[in-house]
Design a protein around this ligand. Structure first.
Ligand SMILES: Nc1ncnc2c1ncn2[C@@H]1O[C@H](COP(=O)(O)OP(=O)(O)OP(=O)(O)O)[C@@H](O)[C@H]1O
Length: 253
């Protein structure tokens, strides 16, 4: 398992995370939700090894990731951050194959990954000319190549992977997350959209004020009381058929 346990993180004299725990489990999809400023991206960056916690540990298969060499870490887990800046005029295929395009195998992996995100037609296109949503799917394809070239199914961390995608592409990403989990990958994603979270997640972890406010199945977590506590709104909750969906109603006064 890939665990961030009891994480406390401070910045600029503020406690951004306060004893938060999140776990990516092979074969399962875990989704982090919570209001703006809850600490989701901070916890994500701690998990990814980008930020060092003040207290708590991040471990992969029992080993503290601090001691895992970066090249080994890259073969065990792939990370899709919220935004990626590509400074050079690379083609789509070059971005997708960054770091792992080893000859014929690399080329085949790049082609497979682009087909999975339905962007085969853009293989030779200039990355910097793509739309925001296309860039996001190209970056997702990059993580697929990285996982395929890695040691074992591995783990995939996604920060807001559906942020600039239309409805069809959101569903594509959800379907990919599920397929990867079925292939044994441990998937952990930050999602804002609670309906997408309900559709995607085996387990939801809800953060508020840097603490875990709730965790469990979508049906456990997405209740009226929790939604009010987390977001200060009321919501109408329906079922489709056993997955909850939410219609936000009004801010609580
Ligand atoms: N380096 C930093 N220094 C000071 N405060 C920070 C720093 N990084 C984040 N914060 C603050 O920490 C809080 C949590 O930020 P974070 O980005 O983790 O929240 P989030 O849950 O991902 O929010 P959002 O949904 O808006 O993306 C916010 O109030 C943010 O302003």
């Amino acid at each position: 398992m890939y665990r961030a346990d009891d994480i406390t993180f401070d910045a600029a004299g503020r406690r951004l995370l306060d004893g938060a725990t999140a776990v990516a489990v092979p074969g399962r999809v875990t989704v982090l939700i919570g209001p703006n400023g809850a600490g989701k991206s901070t916890l994500f960056k701690v998990l990814a090894g980008e930020l060092r916690p003040r207290h708590g540990r991040v471990t992969l298969a029992g080993a503290d990731i601090v001691g895992v060499p970066p090249a080994r870490l890259a073969r065990l887990r792939a990370v899709l951050p919220q935004s990626v800046h590509v400074a050079f005029p690379f083609s789509v295929a070059e971005v997708v194959g960054i770091g792992v395009a080893d000859g014929r195998h690399g080329q085949a992996r790049v082609e497979r990954a682009l087909a999975r995100v339905e962007l085969s037609g853009l293989m030779g296109a200039a990355y910097d000319r793509l739309s925001g949503g296309e860039k996001q799917r190209v970056q997702l394809a990059r993580t697929l190549v990285q996982l395929e070239a890695g040691d074992g199914p591995g783990y995939l961390l996604l920060d807001e992977p559906t942020a600039s995608l239309d409805l069809a592409q959101q569903l594509l990403v959800l379907r990919l997350m599920r397929e990867l989990a079925e292939e044994g990958v441990g998937v952990l994603a930050v999602l804002h959209d609670l309906n997408l979270a309900a559709m995607a997640a085996d387990e939801i972890v809800a953060l508020k004020g840097g603490r875990v406010a709730a965790r469990g199945t979508p049906a456990d977590v997405l209740t009226n009381a929790r939604i009010a506590e987390l977001y200060g709104i009321t919501a109408r909750i329906g079922w489709a058929p056993s997955t909850p969906f939410l219609l936000p109603q009004s801010a609580q006064r």
